[in-house]
Design a binder for this molecule. Structure first.
Ligand code: GLV
Length: 336
């Protein structure tokens, strides 16, 4: 990689040229042209002589791909989450992994709040009702939802996105509870947030919103037991990762109206299967993993992913490296 012009980069989806052009100036860039992710065999073949990969969260970068890619030195993921990459294997091989934090925080929080409002006030269901020609009168009992103002918002995870959702909640006059592995005393004081144990959060919140990365600890963090602690009027919002929720248990609780509603932007299986039972329920909103999908944010993410990659190609530690502990070994392995 010392000879930058010879570096080969595989980009797994077309990105705006404003983001990719700087990369094309210093490396041989191959871009997968499909709208769907490259199939595993293509990914494997392309990775085989790549120095760098620019990936999306839909690309599973596992040990087999890394084993087939002897020159691979950096994987730049255009997402803040990096659970699509076998991090242990990347670190073992001294491959740097980078992500795109910060840039998508507010956009994602806006969307989480959009889901919260939409589920509370049954916006999507009401739209369906209108289009189906069911609007026959103004009815005192028709499509009644939950108030958001003055309600209690419970945030599971108070990282960047969680904090922004907390601020939005406070702006709506909500009481905001949070649970996290780390207490954030300064933010508690500044924004008037209350730290509670998960059980209390689930029992007291009218809206529970998830903001945790997907790890072994957060897999099915919300399952049967947790859902059973929630109020029958409560709404669950998930813009984090699908597998943070046990989807089968969620289906049961929604179907039996043991919680009122859910709004999820992520699913255990993505894309969601057409026969997924959740799709048959009225009291859930399901969007196709678009929380960060604003024009400005997606361009910003693409540029950030390219900047991370460019830094690594120059032999510099990328600004958003998630496995910094391997930097020393990574430097030693650089050619030249
Ligand atoms: C989106 O889910 C991301 O991790 O950026």
């Amino acid at each position: 990689m010392a000879e930058m012009r010879e570096a080969k980069v595989f980009v797994t989806r077309e990105l705006p040229s404003a983001a990719l052009d700087p990369l094309a100036e210093v490396a041989t860039v191959r871009v997968w042209p499909g709208e769907l992710p490259p199939p595993p065999d293509v990914l494997l073949a392309e990775a085989a002589d790549a120095d760098a990969l620019l990936t999306l969260l839909t690309d599973r970068i596992d040990a087999a791909i890394m084993a087939a890619a002897p020159r691979l030195r950096v994987i730049s993921n255009m997402a803040v989450g990096h659970d699509n990459i076998d991090m242990q294997e990347a670190s073992r091989r001294a491959i740097l992994v980078t992500n795109t934090p910060g840039i998508l925080t507010e956009t994602t929080a806006d969307f989480a709040f959009a889901l919260l409002l939409a589920a509370a006030r049954r916006v999507v269901e009401a739209d369906r009702y209108t289009r189906q020609g069911r609007w026959q009168t103004w009815g005192p009992q028709i499509l009644l939802g939950q108030d958001v103002h003055d309600a209690t918002l419970g945030l599971v995870g108070l990282g960047r996105v969680g904090l922004e959702v907390a601020k939005r909640g406070r702006g709506f006059g909500m009481r905001v509870l949070y649970h996290d592995a780390i207490r954030r005393l300064k933010e508690e004081r500044r924004y008037g947030l209350a730290y509670v144990e998960l059980e209390q959060l689930l029992a007291e919140s009218d809206f529970v919103s998830l903001h945790v990365p997907l790890t072994a600890e957060t897999h099915h963090l919300i399952g049967e037991r947790e859902l059973s602690l929630m109020k029958p009027t409560a709404v669950l919002i998930n813009t984090a990762r699908g597998a943070a929720v046990d989807q089968r248990a969620l289906w049961r609780f929604l179907k039996e109206r043991r919680i009122a509603a859910a709004a999820i932007d992520v699913s255990e299986q993505e894309p969601i299967a057409p026969d997924e039972p959740l799709l048959a329920l009225e009291n859930i909103i399901i969007t196709p993993h678009i929380a960060s999908a604003s024009v400005a944010t997606r361009l910003g993410m693409a540029k950030m992913a390219v900047d991370n990659l460019l830094a690594a190609l120059r032999g510099q530690v990328p600004p958003h490296c998630v496995n910094r502990e391997v930097v020393r070994r990574w430097r030693r392995a650089l050619p030249g």
